[in-house]
Design a protein around this ligand. Structure first.
Ligand code: FDA
Length: 421
């Protein structure tokens, strides 16, 4: 019997996460036959666990004209075009069409009212709508990818618009298409399917990689140095946090959370994406309070313990722990020297710590770095040096802030790519 022919699609998309599903749906609705391949046994698992189970799916404050405000990349202007062509309002319009209720939490962050499952159902329904437009979206999942090769078009193919074919060898057999979209996401949380396939394929096809590291991740500290603060685990408060030198300082005003091993909470997750090993982070535990002036004024009028004075502005447990850090602070405020009070003010407002590391990819929400966008078209997400190869979503060197920016990048890059397929 002759071997059965290799199934052929218009595009193969590797990764059925946020970007892959959205790209498949859009391309299918443009009349293309698309195959999604994903090795994990559940579809879009990262979407399911995102935003505490409610998916913070976009952010109203996103400014496509100034992407560097909310995105990190070695090539900051790259994401401008895609973000401008598919905006948060375009995605909320889609939710409204599907009757998925959502709400704003704070700082422009939009969440599903019910559950992230509604968003996954929407993405799958959008894929199912392809046949009505003459297209088709098939999904092989779970299905491992064994390898990918590219065959340049033979001269007899002259006149065709494609310049070659991708052959994907998978657990379910071989499949071919003139376009390959890599949507395999970042490296965080390998236990729910993250892998480095996208980075390996990028290298295989001559793309450069910007060094990767965990982002939006809790920071950890040396056990002995952290001992005085470990008792504060579970305590949260609003702070101002910064990293970098004077010329290049990044500052966030958000909540900080003490943990047994270090610091977490939105403030720390945000700053972690900018933090570089060996450098300090600086925290103002009392933003908006002139602590030095307030302590000196209290010294003139109060006989209470310093910890009690601090408790006007700080949670009790933190005030007690902080006063306990120095003998000179364990007394009534009127008995403390001005020098000791000024030192205390400085320690509260410019608390400087050098993290020993992060909780790593096991706990990170995103990967900073990835496929270098300088090798890609900002209009289509296509590799400039390799015909028919596209990268979308988190596998690229575009990393959003906490707050829905990473999903908006997944939607926008997928949308730009689908228009070009
Ligand atoms: P995504 O990770 O969604 O999909 C990649 C797909 O590729 C996966 O299905 C994976 O199984 C598949 N894949 C990987 N390797 C493969 C291989 N070798 N073979 C085949 N398939 C492979 N963002 C945000 O904007 N708002 C939020 O609320 C949150 N919350 C959040 C919480 C947590 C706990 C995490 C870990 C992350 C977030 N994020 C987030 C980030 C957000 O989930 C992420 O940026 C997007 O899902 C990225 O979309 P992608 O489609 O690029 O990757």
């Amino acid at each position: 019997m002759p071997p059965s022919p290799t199934p052929t699609y218009d595009a193969i998309i590797l990764g059925a996460g946020a970007a892959g599903l959205f790209c498949a749906a859009q391309a299918g609705q443009h009349g293309l036959r698309v195959l999604l391949i994903d090795h994990f046994d559940r579809v879009a698992e990262k979407v399911r666990i995102s935003g505490g189970g409610r998916a913070n799916f976009t952010n109203r404050d996103l400014d496509p004209a100034a992407p560097q405000k909310h995105f990190l990349s070695a090539n900051p202007p790259f994401c401008r075009s895609a973000l401008a062509r598919f905006q948060p309002a375009d995605f909320t319009a889609l939710l409204e069409r599907h009757g998925v209720a959502f709400h704003e939490k704070h700082k422009g962050q939009l969440f599903c009212d019910r559950s992230a499952g509604d968003l996954i159902a929407l993405l799958l329904a959008e894929c199912d709508a392809a046949p009505a437009a003459g297209g088709r979206v098939d999904r092989w999942q779970p299905c491992a990818v064994r390898g990918v090769r590219f065959e340049a078009e033979s001269p007899s193919g002259a006149g065709s618009t494609s310049a070659g074919s991708y052959f994907v060898d998978s657990d379910r057999g071989a499949v071919t298409a003139p376009a390959l979209v890599v949507a395999t996401g970042g490296l965080s949380i390998p236990k729910i399917g993250a892998s480095d396939l996208g980075l390996r394929l990028a290298r295989q096809f001559g793309q450069k990689i910007i060094d990767t590291r965990p982002g939006l991740v809790p920071l950890t500290f040396d056990g002995a140095a952290w001992a005085p603060y470990a008792q504060l685990a579970g305590l949260a408060l609003p702070v101002q946090i910064s990293t970098g030198d004077k010329k290049n300082r990044t500052v966030f005003a958000e909540d900080l959370l003490f943990t047994h091993r270090g610091l977490s909470g939105p403030a720390v997750l945000q700053i972690s994406s900018y933090w570089r090993p060996g450098t300090p982070i600086r925290t103002n535990l009392l933003p908006g309070v002139d602590v030095a002036a307030a302590l000196l004024a209290a010294k003139a009028s109060s006989r209470r313990l310093i910890a009690k004075e601090l408790a006007q502005w700080l949670p009790n447990r933190l005030a007690e722990a902080w006063a306990g850090l120095d003998e000179a602070w364990q007394r009534p405020i009127n008995e403390a020297s001005d020098k000791a009070l000024l030192r205390l003010a400085e320690r509260l407002t410019q608390w400087e710590l050098v993290p020993t590391g992060t909780e790593g990819y096991a706990k990170a929400e995103v990967t900073v770095g990835g496929v270098d966008t300088r090798g890609l078209s900002s209009q289509t997400m296509a590799a400039k040096s390799q015909p028919g190869l596209y990268f979308i979503g988190e596998v690229m060197d575009v990393t959003g802030w906490l707050g829905g920016y990473n999903f908006q990048w997944a939607w926008a890059s997928a949308h730009a790519c689908a228009l070009a397929l």
